[in-house]
Design a protein around this ligand. Structure first.
Ligand code: PXL
Length: 280
């Protein structure tokens, strides 16, 4: 069984980060080791959330794993807390990586042109250091704009997306994938760039007319799971995008549903079906 390490916070209430990554990756048949960076009462879109930083635990925990000879097929990072923590995580990646380890970084720090409450522009630029050590990164346009210094746009051409991808590749990552990219009326998806072959790639599906919190974590978790299972890049992108869209559509069916997250629990059987079709 493939084994992935995922490094992100636990938001106790509000479906995101580890409470999404762990069930999805497990459902995909990937052994999931967690390294929680902080425990929050809720995600940071709530007012008055509590936050216990766990930065000082990361090195003792991973030192123990090292002593035990524990290894990972992939390392996937999401929402982190502070600039120092980013440095610690870069150190952990260096420590555990070998030539076969896939490193996937979702520099989760903002959306819709704005950073989340806990972050400032300096933190955003620091995330570029983490992206530099990744094989694959999947920021949204907001996060990419903050890391590259290019302007954030809500209306754009494919040229703008290509320019953003080239700027992300310059950070040092092999394969940047931009999420939330709409190339056509009523469409949404993701576009990427392979800096080895210099080829752009793209997957678009029909836009479900709703925006929910935590969908970036759903997309990243499924993408990371599909990659570690050895599914091809094109198929992995399709599965992550289709599953995210399906989950948003499922959540929309329930008008009384709170705004804090999507009903991914209901669509897990569809995810495992998609994997079966991909031969997994
Ligand atoms: O979904 C990203 C995320 C993860 N963790 C925490 C957050 C957010 C987004 O707001 O606040 C704590």
């Amino acid at each position: 069984m493939k084994r992935i390490l995922t490094i992100q916070d636990i938001s106790c209430f509000g479906k995101c980060s580890l409470t999404v990554a762990l069930p999805l990756l497990s459902a995909m048949g990937v052994e999931t080791v967690i390294l929680p960076t902080a425990v929050l009462s809720t995600h940071t879109l709530f007012k008055g959330f509590t936050c216990k930083d766990l930065s000082d635990q990361l090195v003792p925990i991973t030192d123990h794993w090292k002593q035990e000879g524990i290894t990972f097929d992939a390392i996937y990072t999401g929402y982190l807390g502070t600039e120092e923590e980013i440095d610690t995580v870069i150190g952990i990646i260096r420590e555990f990586r070998n030539e076969n380890t896939l490193v996937i970084v979702d520099p989760a720090m903002g959306d819709n042109g704005r950073l989340y409450a806990a972050f400032d522009e300096h933190y955003a630029r620091k995330n570029a250091d983490l992206c530099a050590v990744a094989d694959i990164i999947d920021p949204n346009i907001t996060e990419a704009a903050f890391m590259t210094g290019l302007p954030y746009r809500e209306e754009y051409s494919e040229e703008y997306i290509r320019e953003m991808l080239l700027a992300l590749a310059k950070l040092g990552t092999k394969t940047p994938i931009l999420t939330g990219v709409s190339l056509g009326e009523g469409k949404t998806g993701a576009m990427g760039y392979d800096s080895e072959t210099k080829a752009f790639f793209n997957y678009q599906n029909d836009r479900v007319p709703a925006a929910y919190h935590g969908t970036g974590d759903i997309f990243s978790s499924v993408l990371a799971g599909a990659f570690v299972l050895g599914i091809s890049r094109a198929e992995a992108l399709k599965i992550a995008a289709d599953y995210t869209a399906l989950t948003i559509a499922e959540t929309l069916k329930n008008p009384g549903n709170p705004w804090y997250g999507v009903d991914f629990e209901a669509t897990i059987p569809a995810l495992t079906d998609m994997l079966k079709q991909a031969g997994k």
